[in-house]
Design a protein around this ligand. Structure first.
Ligand code: 6CS
Ligand code: FE
Length: 305
């Protein structure tokens, strides 16, 4: 356990009400905020909503090579058995591959795309490293959804991420439409910390990555957040990008359509926010979920992707 008082108490037996965020949303001084690809309006939107979406950030054709690698992974029996691969509950299908940037050079390079990195640094106001990377497959008809949650709630309690100074870049690898289970977000939800009820069992990740039960916010809090600001589900063709703040409430439905929905996620954390011992008191989760071994700042590649 950390000695200092926990600023974000969660996973206790008793219910605690949600409270206002204490951390900045966009970091860095005025000149740092102006120094990057995002306009003033983008920055204000991100600050207000907790996410930004860019349709067609990358050309769809450029995504093809990534998709081909994914298809190859699906046929790779070793990868299917590896610890970072999560299968759908009771099924054969791949749900998530964690640590994708460790497995593939192509994905690793994408984490260092100068265009992407410049945006991330502009928002986090410092150098950054990859805290977690993953592909969420959501095959047609069979892909299950993800319960509402704040990533920060999990990363703080289970991984010891001290403050809200991280974000996810979700790159759409297959077109995301309204029927194939797109990412849904609650605008403005990042401005509140919503404590969840219930102690975290050891090795909780083995269950939570298939179907989350601990770390799910109370419905009363979710209702309040939704009534305030509704729900949004950015859609777009392959190559579109959603950037969302680590505390933005999000989730997604199962995929009832015939069209697969595969999204790539890179989680960037500030080098000034590196992990401590998990606040829930459990042992740290494996490296494929929470990087504790390489906090070196990411260096942009010479060429934009
Ligand atoms: O436990 C985690 O770190 C993961 N679980 C969810 C549901 N979202 C974020 C993250 O990939
Ligand atoms: Fe999440």
């Amino acid at each position: 356990m950390n000695d200092t008082q926990d600023l974000f108490p969660t996973r206790l037996e008793r219910k605690l009400g949600m409270f206002e965020r204490i951390d900045p949303v966009v970091y860095g001084d005025k000149s740092q905020r102006a120094d990057g690809p995002l306009s003033n309006t983008d920055i204000e939107d991100y600050e207000r909503k907790g996410f930004l979406s860019f349709e067609g950030f990358y050309d769809s054709e450029k995504m093809e090579a990534f998709l081909q690698e994914l298809r190859d992974f699906e046929d790779d029996p070793d990868l299917k058995l590896s610890e970072g691969t999560v299968l759908e509950p009771g099924r054969e299908e791949i749900r998530t591959i964690f640590g994708i940037h460790e497995v593939s050079e192509r994905f690793s390079k994408l984490t260092r795309d100068p265009r992407l990195l410049a945006i991330v640094k502009q928002l986090l106001g410092s150098d950054v490293y990859i805290h977690q990377s993953r592909i969420n497959y959501k095959p047609g008809f069979k892909g299950k959804g993800f319960e509402w949650h704040s990533d920060f709630e999990t990363w703080h309690s289970e991984d010891g991420m001290p403050r809200m100074r991280a974000l996810s870049c979700s790159i759409v690898l297959t077109d995301n439409g309204e029927f194939n289970g797109p990412l849904m977000l609650i605008p403005g939800s990042h401005r509140y910390f919503v404590p969840c009820v219930g102690r975290t069992p050891e090795n909780n990740y083995k269950e939570s990555l298939k179907s989350q039960e601990v770390g799910v916010p109370p419905q009363s809090s979710l209702r309040e957040l939704m009534l305030n600001n509704d729900i949004e589900a950015p859609k777009g063709p392959s190559g579109s990008l959603v950037i969302f703040e680590c505390n933005t409430m999000h989730g997604s439905n199962m995929n009832m359509s015939c069209w697969p929905r595969s999204n790539l996620f890179f989680v960037y954390n500030s080098v000034e926010n590196t992990l401590q011992a998990p606040y829930c008191g459990n042992r740290p989760r494996p490296e494929f979920l929470a990087n504790r071994s390489d906090w070196d700042p990411l260096e942009p590649l010479d060429e934009a992707f």
